[in-house]
Design a protein around this ligand. Structure first.
Ligand code: A2P
Length: 294
């Protein structure tokens, strides 16, 4: 297992279990299984509507709360200073915990950046009060970061963005690095390139001949190659799976190393085309999503 150190000295295990689109009834089992096989980092979000089940999985596992890095996200309909303080109460109430290891803004709201800033100020307050150990953002492009940095005091510890070989966002990675912000990859094995219902024309990065070739050379799976690529480049990765075999597989990436040439071949697959929503074009429907009380 590899730990990464955030810009405030807090450490997090590089690999976390992602639970985006994990059905509530499968989430507790997936979390408990991940903790059983050695994961110590779970990434959820209020908007995933499975925080309760994440908390249940944590308790079911028998692993000490203090030994698990637990991260969640504030949804955009809860932005604003008081609203975001309350969002913390909703999330911790559902998770059944007193504190969080990382709390991040799920995405910028470019049309209401004042609300985004107010939400971030609430995160700063929670950090100062010791309710969260680190704060950060998600889906922030360099221009969003610049604006945030101008209007806030605490540099985010993390920026979680779509990142897989077909969409590497070098500009975001460079902006993050320039400010000491850890880049965390969502969809690190490219789930967004093959999720059912996200468009028929997609090409799964797991089917890419370069990835197939490199996986064969190391006798590892394609997913393991993609996760290893992320870790070797210093990123945190949060692969989602509810399947016990794949949960274990995605954690078994510390017994091989990709060469510089292989890392470069994977980097070269970038298409510059994102699979997920454009952070500058949030859909109106996003704002209608109401996050339940705990
Ligand atoms: P499942 O939950 O059935 O395992 P990402 O985190 O990059 O978005 O990818 C998540 C998607 O990839 C999910 O559809 C998940 O399905 C699938 N997945 C997770 N781990 C693996 C793996 N090791 N090999 C193939 N598919 C995987």
């Amino acid at each position: 297992m590899t730990d990464l150190t955030l810009n405030n000295g807090v450490t997090l295990p590089a690999i976390g279990l992602g639970v985006f689109q994990s059905a509530p009834e499968e989430t507790a089992a997936a979390v408990a299984e991940a903790l059983r096989v050695g994961y110590r980092h779970i990434d959820t979000a209020a908007a995933y509507r499975n925080e309760r089940e994440v908390g249940e999985g944590l308790r079911r596992s028998g692993v000490n709360r203090a030994d698990v890095f637990l991260a969640t996200k504030v949804w955009v309909s809860d932005y604003g200073f008081d609203e975001t303080l309350h969002a913390f109460e909703k999330s911790t109430g559902k998770l059944g915990v007193d504190t969080l290891d990382l709390l991040i803004l799920h995405q910028p709201v470019p049309t209401r950046f004042d609300k985004t800033i107010a939400a971030y100020k609430a995160l700063e307050r929670l950090l100062a009060d010791g309710r969260v150990r680190a704060i950060g953002v998600s889906n922030f492009m360099p221009h969003h970061l610049e604006r945030l940095l101008q209007e806030s005091d605490v540099v985010p510890a993390v920026n979680q963005v779509e990142l897989h070989p077909y969409f590497t966002q070098r500009n975001v990675q460079e902006a993050d690095a320039a400010h000491g912000i850890l880049t965390q990859a969502w969809s690190p094995i490219g789930g967004i390139t093959f999720y059912p219902g996200w468009g028929d024309e997609r090409t799964s990065v797991l089917q890419d001949p370069t990835i197939v070739d490199i996986a064969r050379a190391h006798s590892k799976s394609r997913a393991q190659v993609l996760l290893r690529w992320g870790i070797q480049q210093g990123r945190s990765v949060i692969p989602k799976s509810t399947n016990p075999t794949r949960i274990a597989e995605n954690f078994d990436v510390f017994d091989f190393e990709l060469t510089a040439d292989e890392l470069g071949r994977i980097d070269a697959l970038d298409t510059g085309v994102r699979g997920g929503p454009d952070p500058d074009q949030p859909r109106d429907a996003f704002f209608d999503v109401v996050i339940d009380e705990a």
